[in-house]
Design a binder for this molecule. Structure first.
Ligand code: NCD
Length: 339
């Protein structure tokens, strides 16, 4: 453990009296019924994202959500902020940077404990340190939602990805295996991609056959074994007959310094072009969590083409985060959706 995150090695007294509700640390701990429950609830909130104004329902009135981010984010942070605000919560934004106490030597955990002591209800945590959300969950009064921990997991992205595919393929959300009979390809940097890890788990639990494909340098046999999939290397073969393709960015910030990947070579072998997409099943949809590197993992014609559901993912993401924040606060009924 580095100095950066020191401070939760001993059991914290705060953990003894946690707020009612649930942490969301990974897809690992969600079964199919739990995933479908969150997606069904999220569907009920979609009108607060894309319906007519006023797009507000004060279900989180008087609650405080802390965005606790130590890594760059555009979509995820804005999405959690909007979700919390539309439900009436107060939102505190903590971005570990030169402008916060972390620059003065405070550990990230001490910073979290201080915000927790102000009466936070939910911490939304993104950090380069794997399992930091899990450790914070053991020491804070607030509930913790993982918004991406290093290479490990990004559960809310997997929930919105799964829903985007369910919706695009017109699958019902009233059964635990809405994706049964579908083939979903996940392609790219699977070793370092937390989205890949969470997606493969979630899609598999919902009944999809997941084909995971990538170069050996970015998708090892060990990662494949850990995720319970066969590592595929030939993208053309993997795409054949697929109903959905999830493309991933090369996580360059997490690669070993000596690993060189040429963008043009990569695009040629693992980029999704219109020609390659033509091998998929009719009506196949394309997803990407963003940020997109155009001309590397995705050709412009695909990113902006009729199969793309990339912006739909973003819209659905806000509703997913509403459901997750309510669940974290113990305000989501067990079965029937709220609205
Ligand atoms: C991803 C992330 O940060 O893990 N993006 C996201 O949350 N929308 C994927 C990426 O950075 O490539």
């Amino acid at each position: 453990m580095g100095t950066f995150e020191r401070g939760l090695s001993a059991a914290s007294p705060a953990a003894a009296g946690r707020r009612p509700g649930r942490d969301l640390l990974g897809i690992e701990s969600l079964d199919a019924a739990a995933i479908v429950r969150l997606l069904s609830a999220a569907r009920g909130f979609l009108s607060l994202v894309e319906g007519p104004p006023p797009r507000r329902r004060p279900l989180l009135e008087g609650r405080t959500v802390v965005n606790f981010f130590g890594e760059p984010s555009t979509r995820t942070r804005s999405s959690f902020t909007l979700a919390a605000q539309r439900l009436g919560a107060d939102v505190l934004d903590f971005v570990a940077s030169d402008h916060t106490s972390v620059a003065k030597g405070e550990t990230i955990v001490d910073a979290a404990r201080n915000l927790d002591a102000m009466g936070a209800d939910v911490f939304v945590v993104r950090n380069r340190t794997e399992r930091l959300p899990h450790r914070l969950a053991g020491g804070l009064v607030a509930r913790v939602v993982n918004a991406g921990d290093g290479c490990n997991e990004h559960p809310t992205q997997a929930l919105l990805d799964a829903w985007t595919i369910v919706e695009a393929l017109g699958r019902p959300l009233d059964r635990p295996d809405p994706l049964s009979g579908t083939v979903v390809v996940v392609c790219g940097d699977i070793d370092h991609g937390r989205v890949a890890h969470s997606d493969i788990l979630a899609l598999g639990r919902l009944g999809a056959t997941v084909r995971a494909v990538g170069p050996a340098a970015l998708f090892s046999e060990q990662t494949a074994a850990r995720l319970g999939v066969t590592p595929l290397r030939d993208f053309d073969e993997a795409v054949a007959g697929a109903h959905a393709v999830v493309m991933l960015r090369i996580q360059r910030e997490r690669l070993a310094a000596d690993l060189r990947i040429d963008d043009d070579d990569y695009h040629h072998t693992y980029g999704l072009s219109a020609d390659r997409l033509a091998r998929a099943a009719p009506g196949c949809v394309v997803l990407h969590p963003g940020p997109i590197n155009r001309g590397v993992e995705l050709a412009d014609a695909v990113a902006d083409g009729p199969a793309s559901r990339i912006l739909r993912q973003v819209t659905l993401g806000v509703a997913v985060r509403m459901a997750v924040l309510l669940d974290a606060c113990d305000l989501l009924p067990e079965s029937a959706p709220l609205p």
